[in-house]
Design a protein around this ligand. Structure first.
Ligand SMILES: Nc1ncnc2c1ncn2[C@@H]1O[C@H](COP(=O)(O)OP(=O)(O)OP(=O)(O)O)[C@@H](O)[C@H]1O
Ligand SMILES: [Mg+2]
Length: 448
């Protein structure tokens, strides 16, 4: 419901406005003097102000100035007699949305209010979108051509046209947020907001007011109405990150929104209807979470229809060269494009990547920096621990070890030959990676 404050001392006119706008379903408040108006705007929040320029006590332009200070997203329309058109133009410069010359047609008034309200809503959405743009690089896209990522892309195009809720599973850094943005961007909702909420570090009460908003006076400290994120996401996509970290109580409330497309602000009895597409994500194992009663089964079954599990990076090694190139370009910030030595690429493709794509991105950002003027990224530009995690390397391709021979000797032989392969047979480098002296390495090679 649009909330309007009309400030004018012409009784009949105000009454006519009030009748018309109330009939159109708007919530109208009236003040006859500047002083009353000041009092109201300190106390309540409005979507639209309709201010006469000539008030008995203060100047309407002054009132506009105060309104813009106290309620910056509200839009103000000025009312003026013919004589004060200059002042009206001046008030536009001060941020008024428009001005109407009295006597104005009620239909015209109504139309201008609707337009001003639309602008206000866009402004609120934009504030949110801008915040998000600052967090996420604009050029992010889903890189990779292997079978696994192709499946992910197919999934995205499959679900993007529907409004059905989606659940994205996957280890940390596998691209869950990126995929959810891609779903939004390729959906018919792409022009409307993408709103994300991450519950991890929020208390239930704070989370609830963020999600649903509240009515002024709903609790001590609720001094103005607050619009919840769900309402801001209206028409768009709502991304619930780390859903398994939300309390079961909040999960139940979200399930209800999912089923009914309505919710109530805290302290409000009115149901608000929203058209929102939900995307949920978690890196937890939901079966385990359900067993421990930390994730609600009813929510799980509701989400289970469109679920995708993003593969860990080590299971899509084929995409690593393309990803590496993409991140090098991204982190070079317009500088000349670097290349990666064969040895460094071998390390990148055989590492086990516990932090997945995010870790790859970080590693390359660091490498680009460390390599300085050098055009080629070499093994030395990579973090030492990537090279010196021998066991994981040996265990990674467990399948190639003779399962009949799991002795330490055999593991050692396998591992040393792997490392030698990695450094193209260079024994000094191999010894350094293995953390032993060259002499010791020769000795071992003799023994094995
Ligand atoms: N296929 C991909 N192509 C390009 N960049 C990717 C790809 N997958 C992930 N990324 C990048 O990797 C980083 C981590 O991705 P994202 O934040 O989506 O992961 P996440 O699964 O949400 O992780 P977490 O569980 O830790 O929140 C981001 O910078 C993202 O842009
Ligand atoms: Mg994430």
């Amino acid at each position: 419901m649009i909330k309007i404050l009309i400030v004018d001392d012409e009784h009949q006119l105000v009454e006519a406005f009030n009748r018309k706008l109330s009939k159109e379903g708007m919530d109208v408040s009236i003040a006859m003097t500047g002083k009353d108006a000041m009092h109201s705007i300190k106390k309540e929040s409005y979507d639209i102000g309709l201010f006469d320029i000539k008030l008995p006590d203060i100047d309407g332009v002054e009132l506009l100035r105060r309104m813009k200070q106290l309620q910056p997203t509200a839009e103000v329309i000025m009312l003026t007699g013919n004589a004060s058109v200059d002042t009206a133009i001046q008030s536009m410069k001060l941020g008024a949305y428009d001005y109407l010359t009295k006597p104005c047609k009620l239909a015209e008034l109504h139309a201008v209010i609707l337009k001003a309200y639309e602008k206000k809503r866009l402004k609120e959405k934009n504030i949110l979108l801008e915040e998000q743009l600052q967090r996420v690089e604009v050029h992010d896209r889903l890189v990779g051509t292997g079978d696994k990522i192709r499946e992910v892309k197919n999934f995205i195009s499959l679900v993007s046209n529907s409004k059905a809720p989606v659940l994205i599973l996957g280890e940390t850094g596998t691209g869950k947020e990126l995929v959810s943005r891609a779903i939004h961007a390729s959906s018919p909702r792409s022009q409307n907001p993408f709103v994300a909420i991450n519950s991890s570090c929020l208390q239930d009460t704070i989370l609830e007011s963020e999600l649903f908003g509240y009515k002024k006076g709903a609790f001590t400290g609720a001094q103005t109405d607050k619009v919840g994120l769900l309402q801001i996401a209206d028409g768009g996509t709502f991304f619930v990150d780390e859903v398994a970290d939300m309390s079961p109580a909040i999960q139940a409330k979200l399930l209800r929104v999912l089923e009914t497309s309505t919710f109530r602000r805290l302290g409000d009895t009115r149901e608000i209807e929203v058209d929102v597409r939900f995307v949920f994500a978690t890196n937890k194992n939901l079966e385990e979470e359900m067993e421990k009663n930390r994730f609600r089964k009813d929510l799980f079954y509701r989400l289970n229809t469109f679920t995708i599990t993003l593969p860990p990076l080590k299971e899509r090694v084929e995409d690593i060269p393309a990803l590496a190139e993409y991140f090098m370009e991204k982190h070079s910030r317009g500088g000349k494009r670097k290349t990666i030595s064969n040895e460094a690429m071998r390390i990148l493709t055989s590492y086990h990547w516990p932090g997945n794509v995010r870790e790859l991105s970080n590693v390359l950002e660091r490498a680009v920096l460390i390599s300085g003027e050098r055009q080629e990224i070499i093994a030395d530009d990579l973090p030492k621990n990537m090279i010196a995690v021998p066991q994981t390397m040996a265990f990674r391709d467990e399948g190639t070890i003779d399962r009949g021979d799991l002795s330490l000797k055999s593991m050692e032989r396998h591992h040393i030959s792997k490392v030698l392969e990695l450094v193209n047979g260079n024994k000094s480098k191999a010894a350094r990676l293995l953390g032993i002296s060259r002499k010791k390495l020769y000795q071992k090679l003799g023994e094995l």
